[in-house]
Design a protein around this ligand. Sequence first.
Ligand SMILES: Cc1ncc(COP(=O)(O)O)c(C=O)c1O
Length: 369
Amino acid sequence: MSGELRARRVVETLKEYHPPLGGRGGLRLDFNENVDGCSPRVLETLHSMTSETLNKYPEREPGEQAVAHNLGISSQQVLLTNGVDEAIHLLAETYLEPGDETLIAVPTFSMYEIYALATGSVVRTVQSGEDLSFPAAELLRAITPKTRLICIANPNNPTGAIATREQLLAILHAAPQAAVLIDEAYIHFGAESLLGQLGSIENLFVSRTFSKAYGLAGFRLGALLGSASQLKMLRRVASPYNVNGIALTCLSAALDDHEYLAGYIAQVLEGRSRLERFYRDRNIPYWPSQANFVLAYFGEFRTPFVSEMRNRGILVRDRNSDPGCAGCVRITLGNRLQTQRLLRELPEALASINFALQPRPTLAAKEAQ
Ligand SMILES: Cc1ncc(COP(=O)(O)O)c(C=O)c1O
């Protein structure tokens, strides 16, 4: 045997995905994390840990029981994962043969496409319209007998748009041969959950994360919920120790602190209304959001705006390269004090870059260019 070592062909053609994490000081309103913190009960549990948490292989099942209890489902319907990222990866590994089709509506969370492409699947994208609302009819029309995975974030990132229960049920029923992931990473901030349908629809998967409302992005803890018989298949693919012992030890403390969670969500929702009002009052185009962030249009001022905010110690996220989001910036909401700071800095930042309103070009006009 001779020759150079090469990655699989699909891997060589994958785009590199580097979230801009480097040097993220200041107020981080760029990654939809909970920038308020996390439950103090989680911190207490962390401080009371012994070496056993570290020297023992972690046991996932008690954590799955705790999540099942919290959500009112059975533990066979829960697979804990290394963040929702791993849940998507496992779905792709379990269901996709090379050449199978994966369907996503864009713009949306990037990892659906990356994991699907890495298996050799063909990714079909359906563009959301001008208003960036969920393109339900177009997605339904794009389903073929080869569709084996459909990923839908509800609420969606980066738009904050939601899909209705009827739209999602129609898609689930139109593609019984496909694993349909309803990614409920932002469900604490809006949209109707499809969790109640778990027992009755075999191809439905719902994902939840501890990275957003719970404030535990560093733990890398997510949950994939689905029918017991399908999750059995996914457990074959998952590493037995995919979730680390520190996260598992703190999980119950996070779930049980309803007060922290409710208090934080209330502050985000209030902040979201205030930010949307700010945009409305200034006629800055924005997309009404059901998540913990708002996407708005700054046109040519997007780059100076992002860097002026950074100079003021606030990180916001340029979404210009997402399909249909040219000129757009996404801002995550934090707690009440953080929103006050944001709303103090925003008008000053806009004034210092001499921001002027610009009409947003239509998608059709952009395509014609
Ligand atoms: C829709 C959506 N799903 C999943 C994730 C990632 O979740 P996790 O941190 O659990 O991997 C994100 C993160 O931004 C997201 O926007």
